[in-house]
Ligand binder design. Structure first.
Ligand SMILES: CC(=O)N[C@H]1[C@@H](OP(=O)(O)OP(=O)(O)OC[C@H]2O[C@@H](n3ccc(=O)[nH]c3=O)[C@H](O)[C@@H]2O)O[C@H](CO)[C@@H](O)[C@@H]1O
Ligand SMILES: C=C(OP(=O)(O)O)C(=O)O
Length: 421
Protein backbone atom coordinates (compact mmCIF):
# COMPACT_ATOMS: atom_id res chain seq x y z
CA UNK A 1 0.00 0.00 0.00
CA UNK A 2 1.39 3.43 -0.91
CA UNK A 3 2.62 5.79 1.77
CA UNK A 4 3.70 9.42 1.70
CA UNK A 5 6.81 10.54 3.50
CA UNK A 6 6.39 14.24 4.21
CA UNK A 7 9.17 16.38 5.65
CA UNK A 8 8.42 19.55 7.59
CA UNK A 9 9.13 22.54 5.40
CA UNK A 10 9.01 26.30 5.31
CA UNK A 11 6.43 28.39 3.48
CA UNK A 12 5.02 26.90 0.27
CA UNK A 13 5.55 29.27 -2.62
CA UNK A 14 4.76 29.17 -6.30
CA UNK A 15 2.01 28.36 -8.75
CA UNK A 16 -0.03 25.25 -9.57
CA UNK A 17 -2.82 24.69 -12.07
CA UNK A 18 -6.14 23.26 -11.02
CA UNK A 19 -7.33 19.99 -12.59
CA UNK A 20 -10.89 19.21 -13.65
CA UNK A 21 -13.38 18.63 -10.84
CA UNK A 22 -13.85 15.04 -9.69
CA UNK A 23 -17.37 15.76 -8.46
CA UNK A 24 -18.39 17.23 -11.82
CA UNK A 25 -16.64 14.63 -13.97
CA UNK A 26 -18.27 11.64 -12.19
CA UNK A 27 -21.94 12.55 -12.89
CA UNK A 28 -21.01 13.80 -16.36
CA UNK A 29 -19.41 10.46 -17.28
CA UNK A 30 -22.61 8.73 -16.11
CA UNK A 31 -24.70 11.13 -18.23
CA UNK A 32 -23.32 9.32 -21.30
CA UNK A 33 -25.76 6.49 -20.40
CA UNK A 34 -28.66 8.79 -21.31
CA UNK A 35 -27.89 8.78 -25.00
CA UNK A 36 -27.14 6.50 -27.93
CA UNK A 37 -24.88 9.20 -29.36
CA UNK A 38 -21.26 9.86 -28.34
CA UNK A 39 -20.25 12.27 -25.56
CA UNK A 40 -16.80 13.87 -25.82
CA UNK A 41 -15.29 15.21 -22.59
CA UNK A 42 -12.21 17.30 -21.93
CA UNK A 43 -10.49 18.47 -18.73
CA UNK A 44 -11.29 15.11 -17.10
CA UNK A 45 -8.91 14.67 -14.13
CA UNK A 46 -6.65 11.60 -13.88
CA UNK A 47 -7.97 9.95 -10.72
CA UNK A 48 -8.87 6.54 -9.30
CA UNK A 49 -12.54 7.50 -9.12
CA UNK A 50 -12.46 8.30 -12.83
CA UNK A 51 -10.82 4.90 -13.52
CA UNK A 52 -13.50 3.20 -11.43
CA UNK A 53 -16.27 4.99 -13.37
CA UNK A 54 -14.64 4.05 -16.66
CA UNK A 55 -14.56 0.40 -15.50
CA UNK A 56 -18.17 0.57 -14.32
CA UNK A 57 -19.40 1.96 -17.64
CA UNK A 58 -17.18 -0.37 -19.71
CA UNK A 59 -18.49 -3.49 -17.97
CA UNK A 60 -22.01 -2.31 -18.92
CA UNK A 61 -20.91 -2.34 -22.54
CA UNK A 62 -20.34 1.41 -22.95
CA UNK A 63 -17.49 2.16 -25.34
CA UNK A 64 -15.08 4.27 -23.29
CA UNK A 65 -12.09 5.71 -25.12
CA UNK A 66 -9.30 7.75 -23.53
CA UNK A 67 -8.66 10.08 -26.48
CA UNK A 68 -6.06 12.28 -24.76
CA UNK A 69 -4.42 12.74 -21.36
CA UNK A 70 -7.56 14.49 -20.05
CA UNK A 71 -10.01 13.64 -22.83
CA UNK A 72 -12.52 10.80 -22.84
CA UNK A 73 -15.14 9.86 -25.43
CA UNK A 74 -18.06 7.65 -24.46
CA UNK A 75 -20.65 5.84 -26.54
CA UNK A 76 -23.45 4.06 -24.67
CA UNK A 77 -25.15 2.67 -27.79
CA UNK A 78 -23.63 -0.82 -27.43
CA UNK A 79 -24.71 -1.15 -23.77
CA UNK A 80 -25.37 -4.79 -22.84
CA UNK A 81 -26.24 -4.74 -19.13
CA UNK A 82 -27.73 -2.36 -16.59
CA UNK A 83 -25.99 -3.83 -13.54
CA UNK A 84 -23.63 -1.88 -11.28
CA UNK A 85 -21.92 -4.61 -9.22
CA UNK A 86 -20.99 -4.42 -5.54
CA UNK A 87 -17.25 -4.88 -6.26
CA UNK A 88 -17.12 -1.52 -8.03
CA UNK A 89 -19.81 0.40 -6.12
CA UNK A 90 -18.22 -0.37 -2.73
CA UNK A 91 -15.01 1.40 -3.82
CA UNK A 92 -16.86 4.51 -5.02
CA UNK A 93 -20.18 5.75 -3.67
CA UNK A 94 -20.71 8.01 -6.68
CA UNK A 95 -21.50 4.82 -8.68
CA UNK A 96 -25.11 5.45 -7.59
CA UNK A 97 -25.10 8.13 -10.33
CA UNK A 98 -25.74 5.44 -12.95
CA UNK A 99 -29.16 4.74 -11.41
CA UNK A 100 -31.15 7.71 -12.78
CA UNK A 101 -29.69 7.58 -16.32
CA UNK A 102 -30.15 3.79 -16.60
CA UNK A 103 -33.83 3.81 -15.59
CA UNK A 104 -34.56 6.84 -17.76
CA UNK A 105 -32.80 5.62 -20.90
CA UNK A 106 -32.87 1.82 -20.57
CA UNK A 107 -36.02 1.29 -18.47
CA UNK A 108 -34.19 -0.72 -15.83
CA UNK A 109 -31.27 -0.58 -13.38
CA UNK A 110 -29.71 -2.97 -10.85
CA UNK A 111 -27.33 -0.94 -8.75
CA UNK A 112 -25.60 -2.16 -5.62
CA UNK A 113 -26.46 -0.03 -2.58
CA UNK A 114 -23.35 1.99 -1.72
CA UNK A 115 -23.62 1.56 2.06
CA UNK A 116 -21.98 3.90 4.56
CA UNK A 117 -18.39 5.12 4.51
CA UNK A 118 -15.75 6.66 6.75
CA UNK A 119 -17.56 10.02 6.89
CA UNK A 120 -21.12 8.88 7.60
CA UNK A 121 -24.12 6.67 6.84
CA UNK A 122 -24.85 8.43 3.55
CA UNK A 123 -28.27 6.99 2.67
CA UNK A 124 -29.73 7.26 -0.87
CA UNK A 125 -33.40 7.35 0.19
CA UNK A 126 -33.96 10.71 -1.53
CA UNK A 127 -32.66 9.38 -4.87
CA UNK A 128 -35.16 6.50 -4.56
CA UNK A 129 -38.02 8.72 -3.36
CA UNK A 130 -37.56 10.93 -6.45
CA UNK A 131 -37.47 8.04 -8.90
CA UNK A 132 -40.61 6.57 -7.28
CA UNK A 133 -42.35 9.93 -7.66
CA UNK A 134 -41.44 9.74 -11.35
CA UNK A 135 -43.19 6.39 -11.62
CA UNK A 136 -40.30 3.95 -11.19
CA UNK A 137 -40.95 0.68 -9.40
CA UNK A 138 -38.22 0.29 -6.79
CA UNK A 139 -37.32 -2.84 -4.86
CA UNK A 140 -34.37 -3.53 -2.59
CA UNK A 141 -33.01 -7.06 -2.59
CA UNK A 142 -29.68 -8.72 -1.91
CA UNK A 143 -28.04 -5.35 -1.29
CA UNK A 144 -29.17 -4.06 -4.69
CA UNK A 145 -31.63 -1.39 -5.79
CA UNK A 146 -33.77 -2.66 -8.64
CA UNK A 147 -35.51 0.16 -10.48
CA UNK A 148 -37.89 -0.30 -13.41
CA UNK A 149 -39.99 2.07 -15.50
CA UNK A 150 -41.16 1.68 -19.08
CA UNK A 151 -41.18 5.50 -19.23
CA UNK A 152 -40.54 7.93 -16.36
CA UNK A 153 -43.09 10.71 -15.83
CA UNK A 154 -42.33 14.28 -14.86
CA UNK A 155 -43.03 15.06 -11.17
CA UNK A 156 -42.59 17.77 -8.53
CA UNK A 157 -39.96 16.53 -6.11
CA UNK A 158 -39.19 18.29 -2.84
CA UNK A 159 -35.93 17.29 -1.15
CA UNK A 160 -36.16 17.56 2.64
CA UNK A 161 -32.35 17.62 2.79
CA UNK A 162 -30.09 19.17 0.19
CA UNK A 163 -28.39 16.33 -1.68
CA UNK A 164 -25.82 16.88 -4.40
CA UNK A 165 -25.77 13.46 -6.10
CA UNK A 166 -29.52 13.10 -5.40
CA UNK A 167 -30.18 16.31 -7.35
CA UNK A 168 -27.85 15.12 -10.12
CA UNK A 169 -29.40 11.65 -10.39
CA UNK A 170 -32.94 13.01 -10.66
CA UNK A 171 -31.96 15.87 -13.00
CA UNK A 172 -30.42 13.29 -15.36
CA UNK A 173 -33.45 10.97 -15.08
CA UNK A 174 -35.85 13.86 -15.78
CA UNK A 175 -34.18 14.79 -19.07
CA UNK A 176 -35.92 11.84 -20.78
CA UNK A 177 -39.17 11.73 -18.72
CA UNK A 178 -42.62 12.50 -20.09
CA UNK A 179 -43.41 16.14 -19.24
CA UNK A 180 -41.95 18.53 -16.68
CA UNK A 181 -40.00 17.68 -13.52
CA UNK A 182 -39.47 20.32 -10.85
CA UNK A 183 -36.76 19.74 -8.24
CA UNK A 184 -37.34 21.87 -5.13
CA UNK A 185 -34.66 22.51 -2.48
CA UNK A 186 -32.18 21.33 -5.11
CA UNK A 187 -28.43 21.46 -4.52
CA UNK A 188 -26.78 24.61 -5.89
CA UNK A 189 -23.21 23.27 -6.09
CA UNK A 190 -21.16 24.38 -9.14
CA UNK A 191 -20.86 20.70 -10.10
CA UNK A 192 -24.68 20.48 -10.44
CA UNK A 193 -24.52 23.55 -12.70
CA UNK A 194 -21.74 21.96 -14.78
CA UNK A 195 -23.77 18.78 -15.21
CA UNK A 196 -26.79 20.83 -16.35
CA UNK A 197 -24.53 22.62 -18.84
CA UNK A 198 -23.35 19.28 -20.26
CA UNK A 199 -26.90 17.87 -20.39
CA UNK A 200 -28.05 21.02 -22.21
CA UNK A 201 -25.26 20.54 -24.75
CA UNK A 202 -26.69 17.01 -25.23
CA UNK A 203 -30.11 18.53 -25.99
CA UNK A 204 -31.76 18.48 -22.55
CA UNK A 205 -34.15 21.28 -21.54
CA UNK A 206 -33.12 22.50 -18.10
CA UNK A 207 -33.64 25.83 -16.30
CA UNK A 208 -32.79 27.09 -12.85
CA UNK A 209 -29.60 25.14 -12.12
CA UNK A 210 -27.60 26.99 -9.47
CA UNK A 211 -30.86 27.95 -7.71
CA UNK A 212 -33.01 25.88 -5.35
CA UNK A 213 -35.62 25.17 -8.07
CA UNK A 214 -34.57 23.26 -11.18
CA UNK A 215 -37.10 22.70 -14.00
CA UNK A 216 -36.54 19.99 -16.57
CA UNK A 217 -38.74 19.42 -19.62
CA UNK A 218 -38.30 15.85 -20.79
CA UNK A 219 -37.20 15.33 -24.41
CA UNK A 220 -37.43 12.20 -26.59
CA UNK A 221 -33.68 11.67 -27.03
CA UNK A 222 -30.33 13.35 -26.39
CA UNK A 223 -27.71 13.85 -29.08
CA UNK A 224 -23.91 13.93 -29.57
CA UNK A 225 -22.14 16.64 -27.57
CA UNK A 226 -18.80 17.91 -26.28
CA UNK A 227 -18.15 19.36 -22.84
CA UNK A 228 -15.16 20.64 -20.85
CA UNK A 229 -15.34 19.74 -17.13
CA UNK A 230 -15.12 22.73 -14.77
CA UNK A 231 -12.08 23.21 -12.48
CA UNK A 232 -11.92 21.48 -9.10
CA UNK A 233 -12.76 24.04 -6.40
CA UNK A 234 -11.85 21.65 -3.58
CA UNK A 235 -8.43 20.92 -5.06
CA UNK A 236 -7.93 24.68 -5.52
CA UNK A 237 -8.98 25.34 -1.92
CA UNK A 238 -6.65 22.61 -0.63
CA UNK A 239 -3.56 24.27 -2.20
CA UNK A 240 -4.64 27.69 -0.93
CA UNK A 241 -5.04 26.44 2.65
CA UNK A 242 -1.68 24.66 2.43
CA UNK A 243 -0.16 27.99 1.38
CA UNK A 244 -1.81 29.83 4.27
CA UNK A 245 -0.98 27.14 6.85
CA UNK A 246 2.73 27.20 5.96
CA UNK A 247 2.84 31.05 5.97
CA UNK A 248 3.54 30.99 2.24
CA UNK A 249 2.42 32.55 -1.03
CA UNK A 250 0.55 30.24 -3.41
CA UNK A 251 -1.23 30.97 -6.66
CA UNK A 252 -3.68 28.51 -8.20
CA UNK A 253 -4.41 29.01 -11.89
CA UNK A 254 -7.08 27.62 -14.24
CA UNK A 255 -9.68 28.08 -11.52
CA UNK A 256 -12.75 30.25 -10.93
CA UNK A 257 -12.76 32.41 -7.78
CA UNK A 258 -16.57 32.74 -7.87
CA UNK A 259 -16.85 29.07 -6.84
CA UNK A 260 -14.82 29.60 -3.66
CA UNK A 261 -16.42 32.65 -2.01
CA UNK A 262 -16.93 31.05 1.42
CA UNK A 263 -13.43 29.54 1.42
CA UNK A 264 -11.77 32.85 0.45
CA UNK A 265 -13.56 34.67 3.29
CA UNK A 266 -12.06 32.17 5.77
CA UNK A 267 -8.58 32.56 4.25
CA UNK A 268 -8.87 36.33 4.69
CA UNK A 269 -9.99 35.84 8.29
CA UNK A 270 -6.89 33.67 8.77
CA UNK A 271 -4.81 36.70 7.76
CA UNK A 272 -4.07 35.93 4.10
CA UNK A 273 -3.95 38.62 1.47
CA UNK A 274 -6.20 37.18 -1.22
CA UNK A 275 -5.89 38.33 -4.83
CA UNK A 276 -8.13 37.03 -7.57
CA UNK A 277 -8.33 37.33 -11.35
CA UNK A 278 -10.76 35.80 -13.79
CA UNK A 279 -8.97 32.44 -13.64
CA UNK A 280 -6.57 32.57 -10.68
CA UNK A 281 -6.49 32.94 -6.91
CA UNK A 282 -3.44 33.86 -4.86
CA UNK A 283 -3.01 33.77 -1.10
CA UNK A 284 -0.08 35.53 0.55
CA UNK A 285 0.55 35.25 4.29
CA UNK A 286 3.57 37.59 4.12
CA UNK A 287 5.33 35.23 6.52
CA UNK A 288 2.67 35.63 9.23
CA UNK A 289 1.26 32.86 11.42
CA UNK A 290 -2.41 32.22 10.52
CA UNK A 291 -5.21 33.16 12.91
CA UNK A 292 -7.52 30.27 13.85
CA UNK A 293 -10.89 30.44 12.07
CA UNK A 294 -14.36 29.17 12.92
CA UNK A 295 -16.07 26.98 10.34
CA UNK A 296 -19.69 25.91 9.95
CA UNK A 297 -20.18 23.54 7.03
CA UNK A 298 -23.22 24.15 4.82
CA UNK A 299 -24.51 23.26 1.36
CA UNK A 300 -23.26 25.61 -1.39
CA UNK A 301 -22.87 28.59 -1.34
CA UNK A 302 -22.03 27.95 2.33
CA UNK A 303 -18.68 26.60 3.51
CA UNK A 304 -18.06 23.17 1.88
CA UNK A 305 -17.71 20.10 4.08
CA UNK A 306 -15.01 18.92 1.65
CA UNK A 307 -12.74 21.78 2.89
CA UNK A 308 -13.38 21.30 6.63
CA UNK A 309 -10.48 18.90 7.35
CA UNK A 310 -7.88 21.08 5.58
CA UNK A 311 -8.89 24.16 7.63
CA UNK A 312 -8.78 22.10 10.83
CA UNK A 313 -5.18 21.18 9.97
CA UNK A 314 -4.35 24.88 9.55
CA UNK A 315 -6.00 25.69 12.90
CA UNK A 316 -3.66 23.22 14.68
CA UNK A 317 -0.71 25.65 14.40
CA UNK A 318 -2.69 28.88 14.14
CA UNK A 319 -2.99 31.64 16.72
CA UNK A 320 -6.00 31.12 18.99
CA UNK A 321 -8.96 28.77 19.19
CA UNK A 322 -10.88 27.55 16.13
CA UNK A 323 -14.34 26.00 16.33
CA UNK A 324 -15.33 23.69 13.47
CA UNK A 325 -18.95 22.62 13.24
CA UNK A 326 -19.74 19.82 10.76
CA UNK A 327 -23.42 19.86 9.80
CA UNK A 328 -23.45 17.71 6.63
CA UNK A 329 -21.90 14.38 7.68
CA UNK A 330 -22.17 12.84 11.14
CA UNK A 331 -18.70 11.30 11.27
CA UNK A 332 -16.33 13.62 9.47
CA UNK A 333 -13.73 14.16 12.19
CA UNK A 334 -11.61 11.01 11.71
CA UNK A 335 -8.63 13.21 10.85
CA UNK A 336 -8.73 14.82 14.31
CA UNK A 337 -7.30 11.75 16.07
CA UNK A 338 -4.45 11.59 13.54
CA UNK A 339 -3.74 15.33 13.93
CA UNK A 340 -3.60 14.75 17.70
CA UNK A 341 -0.87 12.14 17.04
CA UNK A 342 1.17 15.00 15.54
CA UNK A 343 0.71 16.99 18.76
CA UNK A 344 -2.41 19.01 17.93
CA UNK A 345 -4.82 20.02 20.68
CA UNK A 346 -8.34 19.15 19.52
CA UNK A 347 -11.44 18.48 21.60
CA UNK A 348 -14.42 16.84 19.92
CA UNK A 349 -17.87 17.54 21.31
CA UNK A 350 -20.52 15.89 19.14
CA UNK A 351 -20.45 17.60 15.75
CA UNK A 352 -18.03 20.29 16.93
CA UNK A 353 -14.23 20.18 17.02
CA UNK A 354 -12.41 22.80 19.04
CA UNK A 355 -8.76 23.33 18.16
CA UNK A 356 -6.30 25.31 20.23
CA UNK A 357 -3.33 26.37 18.10
CA UNK A 358 0.02 24.97 19.28
CA UNK A 359 3.52 26.39 18.74
CA UNK A 360 4.79 23.19 17.19
CA UNK A 361 3.70 19.85 15.74
CA UNK A 362 6.06 16.86 15.55
CA UNK A 363 6.24 13.98 13.06
CA UNK A 364 4.54 10.66 13.86
CA UNK A 365 3.24 7.74 11.79
CA UNK A 366 -0.36 8.56 10.83
CA UNK A 367 -3.09 7.08 8.67
CA UNK A 368 -5.39 8.61 6.06
CA UNK A 369 -9.04 7.67 6.63
CA UNK A 370 -10.81 9.39 3.74
CA UNK A 371 -10.09 11.66 0.81
CA UNK A 372 -10.10 15.11 2.43
CA UNK A 373 -8.70 13.76 5.72
CA UNK A 374 -5.66 12.69 3.66
CA UNK A 375 -5.23 16.23 2.36
CA UNK A 376 -5.47 17.59 5.91
CA UNK A 377 -2.79 15.17 7.10
CA UNK A 378 -0.40 16.18 4.31
CA UNK A 379 -0.89 19.86 5.24
CA UNK A 380 -0.29 19.12 8.94
CA UNK A 381 2.77 16.98 8.13
CA UNK A 382 4.30 19.84 6.12
CA UNK A 383 4.06 22.00 9.26
CA UNK A 384 5.40 19.33 11.63
CA UNK A 385 9.03 18.93 12.68
CA UNK A 386 10.60 15.76 11.27
CA UNK A 387 9.49 13.19 8.70
CA UNK A 388 5.88 12.05 8.89
CA UNK A 389 4.84 8.77 7.28
CA UNK A 390 1.23 8.84 6.08
CA UNK A 391 -0.29 5.43 5.37
CA UNK A 392 -3.28 4.55 3.14
CA UNK A 393 -2.83 7.42 0.70
CA UNK A 394 -4.96 5.52 -1.82
CA UNK A 395 -7.78 7.64 -0.41
CA UNK A 396 -6.00 10.71 -1.77
CA UNK A 397 -5.53 9.15 -5.22
CA UNK A 398 -9.33 8.89 -5.47
CA UNK A 399 -9.62 12.63 -5.81
CA UNK A 400 -6.31 14.53 -6.28
CA UNK A 401 -4.42 14.37 -9.57
CA UNK A 402 -0.62 14.18 -9.18
CA UNK A 403 -0.84 15.50 -5.65
CA UNK A 404 2.83 14.94 -4.82
CA UNK A 405 3.95 16.53 -8.10
CA UNK A 406 1.84 19.61 -7.47
CA UNK A 407 2.88 19.97 -3.81
CA UNK A 408 6.54 19.43 -4.78
CA UNK A 409 6.23 22.24 -7.33
CA UNK A 410 5.32 24.51 -4.39
CA UNK A 411 8.43 23.43 -2.46
CA UNK A 412 6.94 20.67 -0.31
CA UNK A 413 9.12 17.73 0.73
CA UNK A 414 6.76 14.93 -0.20
CA UNK A 415 7.72 11.51 -1.49
CA UNK A 416 5.59 8.48 -2.36
CA UNK A 417 6.82 5.04 -1.40
CA UNK A 418 5.23 1.92 -2.85
CA UNK A 419 3.43 1.54 -6.13
CA UNK A 420 3.09 4.65 -8.30
CA UNK A 421 -0.38 5.79 -9.42
C1 LIG B 1 -19.43 12.65 -5.77
C2 LIG B 1 -19.86 13.87 -5.04
O1 LIG B 1 -20.34 14.84 -5.62
N1 LIG B 1 -19.65 13.87 -3.71
C3 LIG B 1 -20.01 15.04 -2.94
C4 LIG B 1 -21.49 14.98 -2.63
O2 LIG B 1 -21.72 13.76 -1.95
P1 LIG B 1 -23.22 13.24 -1.80
O3 LIG B 1 -24.01 13.67 -2.97
O4 LIG B 1 -23.13 11.80 -1.48
O5 LIG B 1 -23.71 14.04 -0.55
P2 LIG B 1 -25.19 14.58 -0.31
O6 LIG B 1 -25.26 16.00 -0.75
O7 LIG B 1 -26.13 13.62 -0.92
O8 LIG B 1 -25.31 14.49 1.26
C5 LIG B 1 -25.73 15.57 2.07
C6 LIG B 1 -26.47 15.04 3.28
O9 LIG B 1 -27.70 14.48 2.84
C7 LIG B 1 -27.89 13.19 3.37
N2 LIG B 1 -28.67 12.41 2.39
C8 LIG B 1 -28.26 12.36 1.10
C9 LIG B 1 -28.98 11.63 0.17
C10 LIG B 1 -30.11 10.93 0.58
O10 LIG B 1 -30.79 10.26 -0.20
N3 LIG B 1 -30.49 11.01 1.89
C11 LIG B 1 -29.79 11.74 2.81
O11 LIG B 1 -30.16 11.79 3.97
C12 LIG B 1 -26.44 12.67 3.55
O12 LIG B 1 -26.38 11.61 4.46
C13 LIG B 1 -25.74 13.91 4.03
O13 LIG B 1 -25.96 14.07 5.41
O14 LIG B 1 -21.84 16.09 -1.83
C14 LIG B 1 -21.18 16.11 -0.55
C15 LIG B 1 -21.73 17.31 0.21
O15 LIG B 1 -21.37 18.49 -0.39
C16 LIG B 1 -19.67 16.18 -0.74
O16 LIG B 1 -19.05 16.04 0.51
C17 LIG B 1 -19.19 15.07 -1.66
O17 LIG B 1 -17.85 15.31 -2.01
C1 LIG C 1 -16.61 12.93 0.08
C2 LIG C 1 -16.09 13.09 -1.12
O1 LIG C 1 -16.32 12.28 -2.20
P1 LIG C 1 -17.36 11.07 -2.34
O2 LIG C 1 -18.74 11.65 -2.28
O3 LIG C 1 -17.05 10.54 -3.69
O4 LIG C 1 -17.08 10.12 -1.22
C3 LIG C 1 -15.17 14.20 -1.43
O5 LIG C 1 -14.95 14.48 -2.62
O6 LIG C 1 -14.64 14.80 -0.49
Amino acid sequence: MDKFIVGGNGPLTGEVASSGAKNAALPILCAALLSDAPLHLSNVPKLWDINTTKKLLSQMGVKVEQTGEHEISLDAKPITTHIAPYELVRTMRASILVLGPLVAARGEAHVSLPGGCAIGARPVDLHLMGLKAMGAEITLEGGFVHAKAAKLKGARIVFDTVTVTGTENLMMAATLADGETVLENAAREPEVVDLAKCLRAMGAKIEGEGTTTIRIQGVKALHEASHAVLPDRIETGTFLVAGAATRGKVRVTRTDPAMLDAVLVKLQQAGALVRTGTDFIEVDMQGRRPQAVNIHTMPHPGFPTDMQAQFMAMNCLAEGVGVVKETIFENRFMHAQELIRLGAEIRIDGHTAITTGKDRLAAAPIMATDLRASAALVIAAMMAEGETVIDRVYHMDRGYEDIEGKFSALGAKIKRVGRQF
